[in-house]
Write a protein that binds this ligand. Structure first.
Ligand code: UGA
Ligand code: MN
Length: 257
């Protein structure tokens, strides 16, 4: 099956580095289609150039939609204060519901721009059966080395999760822990993300419409392999650049960084 990877992204100093890292997965995996949704009023040249240089123009879709101001994180806000990527992921869901053939078996995956992904994860996703949601462990998240589903003795069903942070959530997992057979999006047209949910409940918000714990399909060597890590990039230090800028100078004149 084709895999549609949905990546919300926003302009900041490290954006091109993050997206370059992800683009190499697409260059290695021909069955992937990248839906990039920029959190801005227009699509940008940085993203367009990157897709062109990676040879991905045919296998990507560049969209844009700005997060409403009242929901946008301010520079000094702690990153968990507001949900991120809601607007952008919902736009991608509606793009998929409009542009993907409901009869064709495909899979959708929410791929943050700053996580670290193994190509092996995308091989696992191709095993997702029609009508099911695949699930696997995620490293370095939720205050643990790894958050993972607990399986029954036969390794066929998820019977719980090891989450330490808000374990009472219906699906106490990260966005990177699952991918969805696209037929479920057509079967449950109301399934999407929402601002009006508590911190950490975005994953449960979409999954509650389309699956139950019992229906989840365990992947990645019966959930024993870690193939994705919830890494986060530190904020770029630009103290000297800002000093230069005050003198009307820039270190990156004529360059795209
Ligand atoms: C965690 C999860 O990994 C996210 O999938 C989830 O959206 C988020 O929590 C949440 O609860 O809202 P975290 O690392 O804290 O992620 O979030 P970010 O990586 O900062 O943002 C998630 C995605 O949204 C990224 O692809 C990022 O580029 C994008 N984003 C972030 C925007 O499009 N606009 C923003 O203003 C901020
Ligand atoms: Mn992140």
């Amino acid at each position: 099956p084709k895999i549609y990877a949905i990546t919300p992204t926003y302009s900041r100093p490290s954006q091109k580095a993050e997206l370059t890292r992800l683009s190499h997965i697409f260059m290695l995996m021909p069955n992937l289609h990248w839906i990039l949704i920029e959190d801005s009023n227009t699509t940008t040249k940085v993203v367009r150039n990157l897709l062109t240089r990676a040879g991905l123009t045919e296998r990507s879709t560049q969209l844009n939609i700005k997060t409403p101001l009242n929901y946008k994180l301010k520079n000094k806000d702690p990153n968990w204060l507001k949900p991120r990527g809601v607007e952008q992921r919902n736009l991608a869901l509606s793009w998929i519901r409009t542009n993907v053939d409901p009869a064709e078996h495909s899979v959708i995956f929410f791929m943050d721009d700053d996580n670290s992904y193994s190509v092996e994860l995308f091989v696992e996703m191709t095993k997702i059966e029609p009508g099911r949601v695949g699930i696997w462990p995620v490293g370095l998240v939720g205050g643990l080395m790894v958050e993972k589903p607990i399986l029954n003795a036969e390794n066929t069903q998820v019977i719980g999760f090891n989450a330490a942070w808000r374990p009472e959530r219906p699906f106490p997992i990260d966005m990177a822990a699952f991918a969805i057979s696209t037929d479920l999006l057509f079967k449950y047209p109301q399934a999407q993300f929402a601002y009006e949910v508590e911190r950490g409940y975005q994953e449960s918000e979409i999954l509650r419409h389309i699956t139950t714990r019992e229906q989840l399909q365990p992947l990645a060597n019966n959930c024993r392999d870690v193939l994705v890590w919830h890494t986060r990039t530190e904020k770029t230090n630009l103290v000297s650049e800002i000093k230069l800028n005050k003198d009307g100078k820039h270190s990156d004149v004529g360059m795209e960084v």
